[in-house]
Design a protein around this ligand. Structure first.
Ligand SMILES: [Zn+2]
Length: 92
């Protein structure tokens, strides 16, 4: 069996950014090719902080509280999946 081979290469793109009055910026990006479908995607580490623009800062305190409240009923917490989810009948 042949292992899936992930292909990627670095390149440079130039954009006119509206965040800085449409001045030109050069970004080093990584082009990644999906080994199954052949689709290409571009990862731009320069825009890593852009996620915060859409999703805002992560509230770690709130997330901790949600985890604490939900863990008593969570099927995926460690050790619980074997006892709280259906299993396959052994003769199948
Ligand atoms: Zn859990």
């Amino acid at each position: 069996m042949t292992a899936i081979r992930f292909e990627k290469f670095g390149t440079e793109i130039r954009i006119l950014t509206p965040l800085k009055g449409f001045t030109e910026e050069t970004h080093q990006v990584e082009v990644r090719k999906d080994p199954l479908l052949g689709h290409k995607s571009i990862y731009n580490p320069f825009l890593r902080e852009k996620v915060k623009f859409f999703f805002h800062e992560c509230d770690d305190t709130l997330i901790g509280e949600v985890i604490k409240v939900s863990e008593k009923n969570c099927d995926f917490c460690p050790g619980r999946i074997e006892t709280s989810t259906p299993s396959v009948v052994s003769h199948i």
